[in-house]
Design a protein around this ligand. Structure first.
Ligand SMILES: Nc1ncnc2c1ncn2[C@@H]1O[C@H](COP(=O)(O)OP(=O)(O)OP(=O)(O)O)[C@@H](O)[C@H]1O
Ligand SMILES: [Mg+2]
Length: 282
């Protein structure tokens, strides 16, 4: 696979605050990358720069060798970049099925040449019938297709939004804490699903995640950020030994997140290193 995404010396400042500093990273087509790091270290900001929701202060972002700096979010989306936001953005008043239907219509917006190369239809072929029924079944949404999306538990909302992103067949999928609010069982399903999306849809995926058990189970490459900088990049076994990261994040699980003055979302204390139990599941 060739290089799909190339980030070079990327920087973003909010006034005096440097949220992302001198960050360089390349991602191949179909590659899976997990981004970890403490609250406020710049992970979501990185996504906002990639999708054009924030203006880049320094550096460059290239998709297939072409700079996307200055492009508005809708144009970057049409180049095959799909995103799931940190807080699920679904149509709360519509049913699950109606949300899906809207996403199917939006799917036509990405030209074929910018869509993922793989055929997600494999799911449908396996089911031998309606491709969308198979799609919903694979994501665990069939039984709740008639429910109003706003009434779903957070974990199901996450699945719904992932489904909506997938339907556009983006070649690069950005998932911001997709397992937040999911039960342990759902998280295990999520691991299999993300691996499936990668192999069957052929999409490259960058996933931001705080649950280290999930990160380890997912496998693949891990990039760690601290204070806006990339401090480690490699397989998790190696990354988790990074001294800076252990001191600031992995080793201090009990200490909770640093106060980052972060206003957009209440964050769970991070990270979670133990297998843990889900009170909701036996
Ligand atoms: N639009 C903005 N304006 C000003 N400051 C911002 C803005 N967005 C983010 N920040 C600040 O930039 C820093 C990085 O925030 P970011 O949301 O990228 O962190 P994060 O790594 O995603 O954290 P979390 O794990 O809590 O989601 C924080 O200090 C945050 O307060
Ligand atoms: Mg974030």
């Amino acid at each position: 696979m060739s290089t799909l995404l190339e980030i070079t010396a990327l920087g973003k400042a909010f006034g005096g605050l440097r949220a992302v500093t001198d960050l360089s990273l390349a991602l191949d087509g179909g590659e899976l990358l997990t981004v970890i790091g403490p609250n406020g270290c710049g992970k979501t900001t990185l996504f906002n720069l990639l999708t054009g929701h924030l203006k880049v202060s320094q550096g460059d972002i290239r998709l297939d060798g072409r700079s996307i700096l200055g492009l508005p979010p809708h144009q970057i989306a049409r180049l095959g970049v799909g995103r799931k936001f940190q807080m699920p953005s679904i149509y709360a008043e519509l049913t699950v099925a109606e949300n899906i239907r809207l996403a199917r219509q939006a799917a036509a917006l990405i030209p074929l040449r910018y869509q993922a190369e793989g055929q997600g239809d494999a799911w449908a072929e396996q089911a031998g019938g309606d491709p969308y029924a198979a799609f919903l079944a694979r994501l665990g949404l069939s039984e709740i297709a008639g429910q109003r999306a706003g009434t779903l538990p957070h974990g199901k909302k996450q699945w719904l939004e992932i489904a909506m992103v997938l339907l556009a067949r983006p070649r690069l999928i950005l998932l911001d804490e997709p397992t937040a609010g999911m039960t342990r069982r759902e998280k295990l399903v999520a691991v299999g699903l993300l691996q499936d999306i990668r192999s069957q849809f052929g999409a490259a995926i960058i996933v931001i995640e705080h649950d280290m058990t999930f990160v380890e189970a997912l496998g693949g490459r891990v990039a760690a950020m601290l204070n806006g900088r990339l401090v480690a990049d490699g397989d998790f076994a190696r990354v988790r030994q990074n001294r800076q990261l252990v001191e600031a994040y992995l080793g201090g699980a009990a200490a909770g997140p640093p106060a980052a003055g972060h206003s957009s979302d209440p964050r769970p204390p991070a990270p979670q290193l133990s297998p843990g139990d889900d009170p909701s599941h036996g």
